[in-house]
Design a protein around this ligand. Structure first.
Ligand SMILES: [Zn+2]
Length: 272
């Protein structure tokens, strides 16, 4: 993948800022985005600006050691230290995105890692997303807490703060941040609204890891547990399914009860 020029890097940062703001991953001036160019310098978002309305002349150009080469009216964000740390820990990284997406930030506040083996996309392209311990905003503790994961993982939750993702290009970093929020949303629905998830079996996880290796992805970690037996191998409903009892001993009456429960939470109560 060819690294971007100065112009391309700035243009992509502005575009991803607009997407980040439009998707409600940030409020007000939250979040930050950076991109390493082919020359090894880093373009980053400044402090105190909405990611949805940035202009190219507001972006900051810096060396990997944090020395500012070029800036507009605004200074670099204090959170840029964690971006620089990711670039310095892993020279293969060319893009970093940080935001406070509501669902993944809620997992970060609860101190729950995103590491359940529940669907292939998350496992192959994103991998597991550990939740690192809390450090005060803008402190040196944040880059220090992120450093051990830069070569082994693709994204992290920062406790009581938000999400961070990186990749071999800024676009990859952005897609990974999107995947973090999507994965968190699915874990929230299955764990806290539907209340049930068929965790992939160890054999199914092994197959996915082989696919990941074939794609040349060597980072992402492994889920801490997988199911001994696959519970997702039979059709549920349709002509192939038994009418009363579903695989795993769940009856269709159970499913109806869960559906009623979900609907009662999602829909407003009917007026009396
Ligand atoms: Zn933040």
């Amino acid at each position: 993948m060819k690294p971007l020029s100065d112009f391309e890097a700035k243009d992509l940062i502005l575009e991803i800022g607009r997407r980040m703001y439009a998707k409600n991953y940030v409020a007000a001036n939250d979040g930050n985005i950076s991109c390493k160019t082919g020359a090894g310098t880093i373009w980053a978002t400044p402090t105190g600006v909405s990611k949805g309305y940035m202009k190219a002349d507001e972006l900051v150009k810096m060396r990997p050691d944090g020395t500012v080469i070029q800036q507009g009216k605004l200074k670099p964000s204090s959170e840029i230290k964690m971006h620089l740390r990711v670039y310095n820990e892993n020279p293969e990284v060319y893009g970093v995105c940080h935001a406070h997406p509501p669902v993944s930030t809620s997992f970060a506040i609860a101190g729950i890692s995103l590491d359940k083996a529940v669907y292939p996309e998350a496992l192959v392209n994103l991998g597991t997303v550990p939740c690192v311990h809390y450090e005060p905003p803008g402190s040196q503790g944040i880059p220090d807490s992120v450093a051990p994961y830069c070569k082994t993982h693709n994204a992290l939750l920062l406790a009581n703060h938000g999400a961070l993702a990186w990749g071999p290009s800024l676009m990859d970093a952005w897609y990974r941040l999107e995947s973090v929020e999507h994965y968190a949303m699915i874990l929230m629905y299955t764990g806290n609204i539907i209340g049930k998830a068929n965790v992939l079996s160890c054999e199914q996880v092994r197959e996915l890891i082989k696919i990941r290796e074939k794609l040349g992805i060597t980072t992402g970690g492994l889920p801490p547990c997988c199911a001994a037996q696959a519970t997702n191998t039979a059709d549920v409903g349709g002509p192939g399914a038994s009418p009363g009892l579903l695989p795993g001993g769940v009856s269709s009456a159970d499913i109806e009860a869960v559906t009623r429960e979900v609907l009662s939470r999602l829909l407003p109560a009917a007026p009396a």
